[in-house]
Design a protein around this ligand. Structure first.
Ligand code: SAH
Length: 209
């Protein structure tokens, strides 16, 4: 996702009640903090559309958005500036440090929505479905946890299916055209709506441990 550099982002973020400056401080305590039994984490939230909508559709669940780009994170925080909700928090850091913020088996669902495809082989490690990430997700998920991925990118989806398989995950649901039918239970992300307007199919997979 590209946005112009927002010079006020870094000062603005810590002033927001939904913003977590140091997620290490909440390690092992997220569910208590969010007042929930089921914890969802979205990695690469962009401007936060999915995180915002889903936290409002499922207020009994906890929702954490993670976005590494400060300017983009600031746009997400702007969207909820006047709308604080107890069940959602946002982190502006790189998900490579996920293990420092979450305890083993603390997460119920991890969402990967329209993750950067990183098409060049030399950048493969940055893909959020690279096995190094999957091994961390596996530790942090509960025994009954799920990873849900949506993408428009055929190559990334093909790559991810193999990575999940080789990391010991079980494919539970797969869609090659998720939005062909109505899915009111699942919010449409910003990227997703762009691809839907262009009539591109949306791929979706659900994996369990
Ligand atoms: N989920 C949104 C945005 C998709 S673009 C949507 O569907 O509309 C992917 C986003 O992931 C970008 O904003 C990028 O900055 C973020 N991202 C990529 N790698 C990340 C990482 N390691 N940690 C946190 N965010 C990451």
């Amino acid at each position: 996702m590209r946005v112009r550099n927002i010079p006020w982002a870094k000062d603005y973020l810590p002033t927001q009640p939904s913003f977590v400056t140091d997620p290490k401080e909440l390690k092992g305590q997220w569910k208590e903090k969010l007042g929930c039994e089921t914890l969802h984490v979205e990695i690469g939230s962009g401007k936060g559309d999915y995180w915002k909508q889903m936290s409002e559709m499922y207020p009994e669940k906890g929702w954490i958005g993670i976005e590494k780009n400060a300017s983009i994170a600031a746009l997400a925080m702007k969207k909820v500036e006047d709308d604080f909700k107890e069940n959602r928090l946002f982190i502006n850091l790189d998900a490579k440090d996920l293990e420092e913020w979450f305890e083993e088996k603390e997460l119920d669902v991890i969402h990967l929505n329209f993750s950067d495809p990183w098409p060049k082989k030399r950048n493969m490690k940055r893909r959020l479905s690279h096995h190094s990430f999957l091994n961390v997700y596996k530790k942090l998920l509960t025994d009954d946890g799920r990873i849900i991925m949506k993408t428009d990118n055929t190559k990334l989806f093909e790559y991810s299916i193999i990575e999940f398989q080789n990391s010991g995950f079980i494919l539970e649901e797969v869609y090659l055209d998720f939005r062909k039918e109505e899915h009111p239970e699942d919010a449409i992300t910003e990227y997703e709506s762009k691809f839907m307007k262009k009539n591109q199919p949306i791929y979706r997979g659900v994996w369990k441990k």
